[in-house]
Design a binder for this molecule. Sequence first.
Ligand SMILES: NC(=O)c1ccc[n+]([C@@H]2O[C@H](COP(=O)([O-])OP(=O)(O)OC[C@H]3O[C@@H](n4cnc5c(N)ncnc54)[C@H](OP(=O)(O)O)[C@@H]3O)[C@@H](O)[C@H]2O)c1
Length: 327
Amino acid sequence: MNVSLVGLGHIGKAVVGILNENRGYFKNKFGSDINVISVSDSKTTIYNKKGLNLDKVLMYKERKELDEAAEVIKIDDIYSLPSDIIVDMSPATKDGIAGMRMYKNAFESGKHIVTSNKAPLALHWKEIMESSVAHKKHILYESAVGGGVPLFNLNRYSLKSSNILEFKGQVSSTINFVLNQLMANVDFNEAIKTAQNMGIAETDYHDDTNGLDGARKTVIIANALLGLDYTLNDVKYEGIENLGNIDYMRNSGEIYRVLSHIIPGPKPVVESKIFSIKSGDSLAAMDSLSMGYLEKTDNNDDLTVFEKHDGPLETAAQVVNDILLLS
Ligand SMILES: NC(=O)c1ccc[n+]([C@@H]2O[C@H](COP(=O)([O-])OP(=O)(O)OC[C@H]3O[C@@H](n4cnc5c(N)ncnc54)[C@H](OP(=O)(O)O)[C@@H]3O)[C@@H](O)[C@H]2O)c1
């Protein structure tokens, strides 16, 4: 299985690390020999037909000399390489167009897609899925929502005989960490600074705190679980930048979280907003940096799935899981 990786940041480097350390294990356990033949960052794409030396990739990336690690090609050349999968771990763009083009080019070139990038899926779901079906190629996106928590694959493989009655999920850590700080009387700018120092908030944090990031994730969950083809315009969402009722929230003694909330029906509820969680609710077991969800179903009862802590390693593990599923 030949793989091209696009993006060599927090997630990309962790994916390279997992593939490098576990190549023999994956081969023995699953019969999957995962061979990375190209990697790209924002400036450079390197390629080796027989497979890149991943120790060298990480070392040269660290030294900011990726172009020294192997033959340099243009990023657009990846579609003509003998790869089976292109893995998109590049940043979310405002319009998601670059990602959509990448996926359509990949399908047309006979390649599957694995992606952790939510922007193309949130904005161009229908076009991407139609292209995937037309070219009989797969797209797996487990890591794009909820980091390391299994959500789409769990629904795809383990809950086939149930109908979803309601979904409520904590799938954005930045906004929930900052909201938690606000509840503890920390000033907004101070909370952002702490989140940035912890590496969970970007320099431009507004997409997170104005709720857009949560809305992007919510639309992907709704489309994937309910078979819709919604875009961002169909999602109601709120952020935490101007909380008029923060004093009331602080005095209530309850936990508040920004959650993706979905209820199927003739007029589905698809929203990302602040909910109060009472102690004793299954979601109350999560802290503000956890990822997880409550899914109510007809035949599989109410499921709560969560991880205590989420970070690049957990997300990268889901990227690699998707690669292994395709292989
Ligand atoms: N971090 C998380 O915990 C997390 C969780 C779930 C999903 N995601 C998603 O996963 C993706 C990657 O996240 P990250 O944290 O790894 O981001 P990151 O650290 O900012 O890394 C992004 C990587 O993409 C490269 N890149 C930028 N523009 C590119 C382009 N046009 N073509 C090819 N490569 C390009 C960057 O190149 P340079 O190295 O040259 O800058 C960098 O290597 C994002 O879409 C993010 O939303 C992240």
